[in-house]
Write a protein that binds this ligand. Sequence first.
Ligand SMILES: Cc1cc2nc3c(=O)[nH]c(=O)nc-3n(C[C@H](O)[C@H](O)[C@H](O)COP(=O)(O)O)c2cc1C
Length: 406
Amino acid sequence: MIFKRNASLLTSLKLPCGAEIKNRIAKAAMTERMADKNHLPNKDLCNLYGKWSDSGAGLLISGNIMVDKRYKEASGNIVIEDEIGIEIVSEMTKAGTRSGNHFWAQISHAGRQSTIFSTFKPIAPSAIHLKKLMLFAKPKAMTLEQIQDVKRRFVTTALNCKKAGFTGVQIHAAHGYLLSQFLSPKTNVREDNYGGSIESRSRLLVEILTEIRVEVGSEFPISVKLNSADFQRGGYDEEDAFFVIGKLDKMKIDLLEISGGTYENIVFLTKRSERRSTRKREAYFMEFAEKIRKITTIPLMVTGGFRTLDFCEQVIQKGELEMIGFARPFLLNESFPGCFINGGTTKIEDASFEFPIKKMADMAEAGYFDYQMHRIAKDLELRPHYSPYAAILRMTTNEMIKGWFR
Ligand SMILES: Cc1cc2nc3c(=O)[nH]c(=O)nc-3n(C[C@H](O)[C@H](O)[C@H](O)COP(=O)(O)O)c2cc1C
């Protein structure tokens, strides 16, 4: 395919709040694990976002930024609990917006998916233990006061992100983190107003979004990352997702990003799985997107598996999605997405490693890409043949040192 300058992927997008994104290419959230001991961005992180701003993408979404330093998703997460350090975060947002793109903060709380490197006392909707490689302690069920505290924290973090120069926020309600735990009947067996029916399980998310909108004003982009399903028996399923999307549709949401899975079934990373019906098309979750198109007018973005320019262009041209999210392509080819935009490359090749220990395959994948991200941030060349064993060792050691020894 010859990429034309007037291609659909390069058209701008006006969001319901009035903000405009210069094209349809988004860098989806990727946890960076680069914060310093005060949980603030270091100079590598500023460099990384400066480079990604220059990459040509219309929208950058940060990795998990935590609302509470006690319940991080990774030891090197940025944490924004108050205004302390806001000038340092501003340096990163200045770099991350220098080419006229948007840069949104992904705001999150890990709940029971907070590893033992962050806490031995996680909290969650219910005391249901995530048993995976002994990396997680059994959580305590949250009290109503703790739920109110989490709500207040999401709102405070969103407001401080705005003050720090982010041009929008994304509330992370996917991938099995706290808000996603509330949505799932498998991890939320509460008997109060926040558990039971999907109406009650989605209450916390809806309340947080309502309060954030009041605080950040009507012209500031708010996005939600939501699972199509958790892909677990007895878990949050498509019917639940339809209900939540129906609720969001009545609110002022600017972009709905669709993903899927939790730490118990990391479908959002496991492109090699052949079981998922979504593999009928290049990208994951596209069939789900087709279904929700009928029930919502919120602009849609899907992330996962997009690798060819041809397919991306078709999806936007046909109006199936408003934005396309890419994560690993940014770490597989340093010229991405510029190479798509100038037509120099029309297909991004996936990393070729296979990892034989199934239980740890997702860790190998995460560690491999974490390593590549650190190399880009330090102006080093990518190392496509980096060993997945070394990747696991490096990432786990870093998590431990940052979590326990600094
Ligand atoms: C190294 C790495 C870190 C990630 N961190 C996050 C994160 O912080 N928040 C999030 O919502 N998704 C995260 N993801 C998932 C991606 O946003 C995306 O959903 C997934 O990689 C599939 O898209 P892709 O096929 O374009 O890579 C991460 C993925 C990778 C590879």
